[in-house]
Design a protein around this ligand. Structure first.
Ligand SMILES: Nc1nc2c(ncn2[C@@H]2O[C@H](COP(=O)(O)OP(=O)(O)OP(=O)(O)O)[C@@H](O)[C@H]2O)c(=O)[nH]1
Ligand SMILES: [Mg+2]
Length: 301
């Protein structure tokens, strides 16, 4: 068979589930490196993110989505909207259940919305965190809610069950031309990814509600004569009180966030970097369209 008669396969797989189930952890494990930020807090991922993974000759385009929860604010609606919109063009849907929470009402409501999809899969994640005998009732409960092609038991954190899952998902990818380059990659623009790393550290160190009310944007990246990246970012908060918390005593908190983010950038990109963080108070930033576009989100009225 010559090169141009070889069959190609390509398709989208949407990872959907409640917030904090481990969707981004799974995507990073699939890609073998960090492409999506992770935190122990809920509502970490804000926008849809695509990552291409070649499994043999098949191109699997994974879509990480914001977790599904009951939206209250405009930002919440944009996040949940981005998640549900991803289902309509998906060739397969992977519903992620957090084994430590089981079949919550959020899962049940979500299954109602997706159960007619022709390639519906479920994944019970965090199998490392519960007893084996507690897994089966979750799987049985899922079977009562919808018809799943397969239910995977996975620990995204420990990379257990991920390869087997990839093989099963690859089997339903339709024949068609490659939609992206055939090298593993994600579609997050560099500036947004750099901002995400800083936002991840804010989720890590700031324990109040505050992380849900900030956003980070990369304003400029320069390269100095020694080849060091000079990265300028703004952290937008909506009150002076929040600014005080982020900056911390004598600037200590901001320094910790910045140092950690810089180390991450240097490790991942193999460069030297200086990270300049500015905290700006912008009351009502959540009501402004341009701040959504900065984050790759659609502004919804
Ligand atoms: N024990 C255990 N923890 C996990 C596993 N997968 C993810 N986690 C943890 O669960 C938390 C949430 O992980 P994320 O990947 O950010 O979850 P998410 O579903 O992307 O969350 P949102 O973006 O907020 O919707 C983090 O603290 C992870 O370390 C797992 O397999 N086992
Ligand atoms: Mg996430």
């Amino acid at each position: 068979m010559t090169e141009n008669t070889k069959k190609t396969y390509s398709g989208f797989i949407s990872i959907i589930g409640p917030t904090n189930a481990g969707k981004s952890t799974l995507l990073n494990q699939i890609m073998g490196r960090k492409v999506s930020i992770v935190s122990h807090k809920v509502q970490t991922t804000r926008t849809r993110l695509r990552a291409v993974k070649m499994v043999g000759e098949k191109q699997l385009i994974f879509v990480d989505t914001p977790g599904v929860f009951k939206p209250a604010r405009r930002l919440d609606r944009a996040m949940v909207g981005a998640a549900l919109d991803s289902i309509s063009d998906a060739d397969a849907v992977l519903l992620m259940v957090d084994a430590t929470h089981g079949l919550t009402q959020t899962i049940k409501d979500l299954v109602e919305k997706i159960k007619d999809h022709k390639n519906l899969f479920a994944l019970i994640n965090k199998t490392d965190a519960i007893r084996k005998q507690d897994l089966l009732p979750i799987a049985a409960g899922l079977c009562e809610l919808a018809t799943f092609k397969e239910i995977f038991m996975v620990s995204a954190l420990k990379n257990d069950g991920v390869d087997k899952m990839l093989q099963s998902l690859a089997a339903v990818i339709p024949e068609g031309p490659y939609l992206f380059d055939t090298k593993d990659a994600s579609d997050v623009p560099d500036n947004l990814y750099l901002a995400e790393l800083t936002r991840e550290k804010i989720y890590k160190y700031i324990h109040q509600e505050l992380p849900y009310h900030i956003y980070v944007a990369t304003e400029k990246v320069d390269v100095d004569p020694e080849g060091v990246l000079e990265i300028y970012q703004k952290i937008v908060v909506n009150s002076a009180g929040h600014k005080k918390i982020i900056v911390g005593k004598g600037g200590a908190q901001l320094k910790q966030i910045g140092t950690d983010a810089r180390h991450d950038i240097q490790d991942q990109w193999g460069v030297n970097a200086r990270l300049h963080l500015f905290v700006r108070v912008e009351k009502d930033w959540e009501e402004k369209r341009e701040n959504y576009e900065d984050q790759g989100l659609e502004f919804k009225n």
